[in-house]
Ligand binder design. Structure first.
Ligand SMILES: [Mg+2]
Length: 188
């Protein structure tokens, strides 16, 4: 039997949907964002550095608990025929909020804790993929995917449809939905 595919999945923006929270928080700081403007690849263009930093602080700590799962994510995750890993860039100080979210949504029933990694930064994800032999990686951040090892298939989770605007369609695979991702991985 061939070895199972090893799939790495990002957490924030891929499994956890922060979009509504981003809009609410931005509004508290006096900025109105359309849903697509909350996308991690472009949001920095629409808010000041200070507001961006303040938003991140809330999103990745006490606001995480209330954030929903991305549509279809948990059902499809449970049905994927592969060995699954989560590789998140969260830093030590925000990891426990992520773990609470994973517990609340029963993700540990699908992916055991020993396959869930917190790298501490975007730049470190590439090393994790290399060491773990990740075949396919799903992330919402273009910068992260661009830095991955050559043998890892890079899939952009692009719920907001920014791939065209960011001109990455020629070098990244694009999944607009979790169902797209499921089909790319297991076909059918
Ligand atoms: Mg992300």
């Amino acid at each position: 039997m061939p070895a199972p595919l090893r799939i790495g999945i990002d957490l924030d923006g891929v499994l956890i949907d922060h979009r509504e929270h981003k809009q609410k928080l931005a509004e508290e700081y006096g900025v109105v964002l359309e849903p697509w403007q909350t996308n991690t690849n472009v949001m920095e263009k629409f808010v000041s550095k200070e507001v961006y930093a303040a938003m991140q602080l809330h999103l990745y700590t006490h606001w995480t608990a209330m954030a929903p799962a991305t549509e279809g994510a948990l059902l499809i995750l449970a049905a994927l025929n592969a060995e699954l890993y989560i590789i998140s860039a969260r830093r030590t100080d925000s990891v426990r909020y992520a773990q609470d979210w994973l517990t609340k949504h029963h993700v540990y029933d699908i992916i055991p804790a020993e396959r869930i990694y917190f790298s501490g930064g975007d730049e470190e994800k590439s090393g994790y993929c290399e060491r773990l032999g990740i075949d396919i990686f799903l992330d919402d951040k273009i910068r992260v995917l661009d830095a991955l090892p050559g043998k890892t298939k890079r899939i952009l989770y692009d719920e907001d449809g920014i791939a065209g605007e960011c001109k990455v369609e020629d070098r990244l695979h694009i999944a607009r939905t979790w169902e797209d991702f499921r089909q790319m991985v297991n076909g059918g």
